[in-house]
Design a protein around this ligand. Structure first.
Ligand SMILES: NC(=O)c1ccc[n+]([C@@H]2O[C@H](COP(=O)([O-])OP(=O)(O)OC[C@H]3O[C@@H](n4cnc5c(N)ncnc54)[C@H](OP(=O)(O)O)[C@@H]3O)[C@@H](O)[C@H]2O)c1
Length: 273
């Protein structure tokens, strides 16, 4: 996709990866950016940074869990500032917890924002893109959408689901000249992960790097854009030696003083099945 002169909508644009993507798109020649998140002050700060590149910015202070409000605001935004050529669904939340101590409220929040929020925005925008027979949609999944890991069960589940959603839409919307792709960052240094316990050996990358890889992937129209060598290695390892990777993840996962015992239990469970 050539993003020069195009209009893009980025959700989760107030900080982290979404903010970096918005800035990278601005530096690469988009004409207009619609930025969506809840925090209007942060959005205004990002808007000022972006306007310095001569890009028109519209901020949409919305909570993706308020479905009716989001639908009304986006329909109006399309009418006043559309057509939107590129949608980047980046807003998301992550909760980390050993599964046995997990809370339903946090699971519901992950599902509501990561999945239902993405669905709500995509449905409204994709219908209008289909009418004009042009569009690109990027759904931000994660390396954890390919390789699930202990303590991140429900977050991983939402990110796996996003890959399924993306693959299905890719087939369905191709007839309308809408390409649908997934971005799969690995650990990235943002607010999201500052509260989390990190997995051993994983080196975080910057949100700016993720944004650069996305823009390069957009040019190539890659259906799945993996970010960084660690992601490529993990996906490759999962394909050719999944049991080995499962073992490594168990050792690397945070919060276990008894990794060896857990691995033995896993092996026993496999032997029984
Ligand atoms: N950081 C990582 O290691 C990593 C790795 C792989 C994938 N990802 C994915 O990348 C995406 C961005 O993550 P990040 O690391 O940049 O996280 P972040 O720094 O915590 O930013 C999350 C963004 O989502 C927005 N958001 C959260 N809840 C929202 C809601 N209810 N309505 C509207 N906007 C909402 C936040 O804005 P407000 O608070 O202003 O609403 C913020 O802009 C997520 O989908 C995440 O799963 C992150």
């Amino acid at each position: 996709m050539n993003i020069q002169g195009k209009t893009a909508l980025v959700t989760g644009a107030s900080r982290g990866i979404g903010r970096a993507i918005a800035l990278e798109l601005a530096q690469n020649g988009v004409k207009r950016l619609l930025l969506l998140a809840r925090d209007e002050h942060r959005l205004a700060e990002v808007a000022i940074e972006i306007e310095a590149f001569g890009v028109e910015v519209i901020t949409l202070a919305l909570d993706l869990t308020h479905v009716v409000e989001v639908n009304i605001a986006l329909a109006k935004a399309w009418r006043d500032h559309g057509p939107i050529h590129l949608l980047v669904n980046c807003a998301g939340v992550a909760h980390q917890s050993p599964f046995l101590q997990s809370h339903l409220s946090q699971v519901q929040e992950e599902i509501n924002i990561n999945l239902v929020g993405m669905y709500t925005v995509t449905r409204l925008v994709a219908r209008r893109m289909a009418a004009q027979r042009e569009g690109r949609i990027v759904n931000v999944s994660s390396l954890m959408g390919k390789v699930a890991a202990p303590t991140m069960a429900t977050y991983s589940a939402t990110k796996f689901a996003i890959l399924g959603f993306t693959q299905a839409l890719r087939g369905e919307l191709a007839a309308y000249n809408i390409r649908v792709m997934a971005l799969l960052p690995s650990l990235t240094d943002t607010d999201m992960v500052r509260e989390l316990q990190w997995f051993r050996w994983v080196v975080p990358m910057t949100p700016e790097k993720v944004a650069q890889v996305l823009v390069a992937g957009l040019r190539r129209e890659s259906p799945e854009i993996l970010v960084g060598w660690q992601s490529h290695l993990a996906v490759w390892c999962n394909r050719i030696a999944p049991m080995l990777l499962e073992k490594i993840l168990l050792i690397a996962a945070p919060g276990s003083n008894n990794r060896q015992k857990r691995y033995q239990l896993l092996k026993n469970a496999r032997a029984l099945s």
